[in-house]
Ligand binder design. Structure first.
Ligand SMILES: NC(=O)c1ccc[n+]([C@@H]2O[C@H](COP(=O)([O-])OP(=O)(O)OC[C@H]3O[C@@H](n4cnc5c(N)ncnc54)[C@H](O)[C@@H]3O)[C@@H](O)[C@H]2O)c1
Length: 360
């Protein structure tokens, strides 16, 4: 007898397919909804089919009638909304599509949830980009990485919202709609403002998924270019740790309803580019040749999430150490080299600023 039902939008993407496997293994009945627009989603679905029972809906979240149909056919006990246009670059060249997917698509889901399963916890995968560049934060160089000079715990949820780029606006609007549906309609809905997430089944390219990109490129001896001095730093969270937080939120809807949470590795799980290279060199047992280039416009030297609110409210904390997580990713890349047989640059159509360094 299978348990409760969870809808995972974007369930064929990086975080989504890991989420589907995670919840499937915990006896949830999983529905994966995805329009398969992202390259690599077919491989992720294929991987999921080998061991996870799930229903699949090939639906575009812009299509209100189709979203309605999915919600009217199944009464979900939880919704994890991950489907998104994830590229800042694309949002700049095609802001309408970005708006339709991220803002209107999220609105369609919230409306369907309000009509059909208003008691179901609703988790929106928001982004630290809602805070913009955070010009006010001071930073300093400390060895192989930058650190904040004045924010020892990182950036907390009191940070002023400052949507930058069409992507920042569309995700930010969705973030605010999610919180307001909790306030106005009582949905147990939350926005998780995610920092850099990394892990297996992430097909990184140069401008996207930097940890995965460096891992893949170094294994396949592709050129790696570092922009700036390589000491720019992010807090990083292994995908399994993110999924434990989703689960903790779902089982405690009263604690998360209407609240935003910053989530990432926090100050204890940070990584600069040159530190990642060092880890990978140890793993590979050889030097990785690097090319160097100028800083890119808008490069942020530091972003680190203050995750204390989530730790306090849900009793959650990251468990996967950086070296351990990078090691798992590297092992996956090694075993699955065939997946990267064609240039990674052409394999993935979208470029995500979410995980990009230094543009994050
Ligand atoms: N990965 C990160 O570091 C990170 C950081 C912050 C926020 N996020 C957010 O987390 C979520 C998941 O990110 P990810 O890294 O797994 O991205 P991903 O690109 O791997 O997954 C997104 C999925 O959404 C699907 N999709 C896109 N447009 C759609 C549409 N119109 N209808 C239905 N499906 C559609 C894609 O096919 C893809 O499978 C996204 O909302 C992203 O903005 C990710």
């Amino acid at each position: 007898m299978r348990g409760k039902r969870v809808l995972i939008t974007g369930g064929a993407g990086f975080v989504g397919c890991n989420a589907a496997r995670y919840f499937g293994a915990r006896n949830w009945q999983v529905t994966v909804l995805d329009n398969l627009s992202r390259e690599g989603t077919d491989q992720n679905l294929h991987w999921l089919q080998d061991g996870t029972r799930f229903d699949f809906e090939q639906v575009d979240i812009r299509d209100r009638a189709e979203v309605e149909r999915v919600f009217s056919e199944t009464r979900f006990n939880a919704v994890i909304h991950l489907a998104a246009q994830v590229a800042v670059t694309t949002s700049v060249t095609d802001p309408r599509t970005d708006f339709m997917i991220n803002a209107l698509g999220t609105f369609n889901l919230l409306e369907a949830a309000r009509q059909h399963c208003p008691e179901a916890p609703f988790i929106f995968a928001s982004t630290n980009k809602v805070y913009g560049k955070i010009d006010g934060a001071k930073y300093q160089l400390a060895g192989s990485r930058y650190t904040y000079a004045d924010r020892p715990h990182g950036i907390d949820e009191q940070q002023a919202l400052d949507f930058l780029s069409p992507y920042g606006c569309s995700k930010g609007a969705a973030d605010q709609y999610t919180l307001d549906y909790a306030r106005i309609y009582g949905l147990p809905a939350t926005s998780f403002r995610q920092s850099c997430i990394y892990g297996t089944r992430q097909f990184g390219i140069e401008d996207q998924g930097w940890i995965a990109w460096f891992t893949i490129a170094s294994r396949l001896r592709r050129n790696i270019t570092i922009f700036g001095d390589g000491k720019q730093v992010r807090d990083v969270l292994y995908v399994d740790d993110l999924l434990r937080a989703y689960e903790a939120a779902i089982v405690s809807p009263d604690k998360i309803a209407g609240q935003a949470f910053n989530i990432g590795g926090g100050p204890r799980h940070v990584l600069s580019l040159v530190e990642l290279v060092e880890l990978l060199e140890k793993k590979l047992g050889r030097k990785i040749p690097l090319k160097w280039d100028d800083w890119r416009p808008g490069d942020q030297r530091v972003y680190i999430s203050d995750i204390r609110k989530l730790e306090t409210v849900l009793g959650w904390k990251p468990e996967t150490g950086v070296a351990e997580g990078v090691g798992q990713l590297a092992n996956w890349v090694q075993v699955n080299e065939h997946l990267f047989a064609t240039p990674a640059e052409s394999r993935v159509a979208a470029t995500s600023e979410e995980t990009a360094l230094p543009a994050a």
